[in-house]
Design a binder for this molecule. Structure first.
Ligand SMILES: Nc1ncnc2c1ncn2[C@@H]1O[C@H](COP(=O)(O)OP(=O)(O)OP(=O)(O)O)[C@@H](O)[C@H]1O
Ligand SMILES: [Mg+2]
Length: 363
């Protein structure tokens, strides 16, 4: 089990045979149907659908219709569903707290969230995850080092908050769509969980950055030998890149989006001025880590719709001066996809990072 912040109070410890995991992206919904086959996890279907409305809040009924459409697109056999909520809907902070059991931790964070999460969040659901210590800090026999009585080691905790209404809506919508809601997980955790399974060596040994370039936001997580050390949200994504192109080229948003995807050589200059600021922000997050830990980030693993563009990747590479890789989160799964999907998975795979990682958070 990976990083998990389930929010929903369902019995997520149950081993489900089949699970639907949905990345409720603000622009595109990505969904996978996974099936447990003994020790293996099989990917049996995936689906990409336009998100209901990119800018406005959707009603519980619209969400129910959307979940129904997802379930149909996945063949209609899955019953249990977990979903990732985007950076705009779930707040995630890393905290250091005294040693205490998880249940206690949850109530401490809830009671004192104004202090810990630095804002008043009425009617919110809170959840916590205790970050396991760095893999290499453990002695060879696998037991953790004994705590010295004078200096009890603090817990590193990920605390998250989401509107209670969102959690309720998800449970309601799943039920209306004939499904059972198992968990709602902040999307930030998806790439981390998927990465741990897909590239276990790099996860255990290296300092790497996982960068997901989404629609409105980009998330940057620095993992140092299996420990999450930095997580940051940058308010730039594909939407701003398109809007910036449209303005600079004096064309409509829709045209700019098409041109961006088409990668016409003449747009490179315009694209550069939109993507360079994103590269600088990512670089600043890496600098922060490198300065604190005195250790370089050796690779950046990218995901998100914008990374389908070779031009955007090139601009980021020259700005970041670190190896930037597109990675495949399906490598550790048994692929059992029907006809056409078995072919498409090669290029769709990287888009499914959050959906796959979300399922790993709870199953
Ligand atoms: N081939 C492509 N080239 C460039 N940009 C692309 C390409 N395909 C998709 N995009 C851009 O990717 C963006 C959507 O990315 P993505 O699907 O990762 O967002 P999301 O997951 O829905 O959003 P979020 O994670 O922020 O909630 C859009 O702005 C779109 O223009
Ligand atoms: Mg996304």
């Amino acid at each position: 089990m990976g990083f998990t912040i389930p929010f929903v109070n369902g019995d997520t410890r149950k081993k489900r045979t089949q699970i639907i995991s949905v990345d409720l992206g603000s622009r595109t919904t990505k969904a996978v149907l996974l099936e447990r086959r003994g020790e293996l996890l099989a990917l049996t279907r995936f689906a990409m659908l336009d998100a209901p409305i990119a800018d406005k809040k959707i009603s519980p009924e619209q969400l129910a219709d959307h979940l129904h459409a997802i379930s149909e697109a996945l063949g209609g056999t899955g019953k249990f569903i977990c979903a990732a909520v985007g950076l705009g809907d779930a707040l995630v902070r890393q905290l250091e707290l005294p040693q205490m059991p998880l249940d206690e931790l949850r109530s401490v964070v809830k009671m004192n969230h104004k202090n810990y999460l630095q804002q008043d969040l009425p009617n919110h659901a809170f959840d916590c995850y205790i970050i396991p210590p760095r893999l290499n800090d453990k002695p060879e026999d696998g037991k953790s080092a004994p705590l010295t009585p004078n200096a009890p080691k603090k817990l590193k905790v990920l605390a998250a908050a989401a509107k209670q209404q969102l959690v309720n809506d998800f449970i309601f919508a799943a039920k209306s769509a004939g499904l059972t809601a198992d968990a709602l997980v902040p999307s930030l955790l998806g790439p981390i969980n998927a990465f741990e399974k897909a590239l276990p060596e790099a996860y255990a040994k290296d300092a790497v950055a996982l960068v997901d370039i989404g629609f409105k936001h980009t998330s940057v997580c620095v993992l140092d030998r299996g420990e999450l050390t930095t997580n940051r949200t940058i308010n730039i994504g594909g939407d701003q890149i398109t809007a910036g192109l449209a303005e600079a080229m004096n064309i409509s948003y829709a045209e700019a989006d098409g041109i961006k995807v088409g990668m016409a050589p003449e747009i490179e200059g315009y694209l550069q001025s939109q993507v360079v600021p994103l590269g600088r922000e990512i670089r600043a997050s890496l600098d922060f880590f490198e300065h604190q830990q005195d250790r370089p980030v050796s690779e950046i693993y990218l995901s998100g719709g914008s990374t389908r563009s070779e031009m955007i990747l090139q601009i980021l590479r020259s700005e970041l001066l670190v190896e930037c890789k597109i990675w495949n989160p399906t490598g550790f799964l048994q692929l059992a996809l029907p006809g056409q999907q078995a072919v498409e998975i090669d290029h769709i795979g990287p888009q499914l990072t959050v959906a796959i990682g979300t399922a790993l958070a709870i199953y």
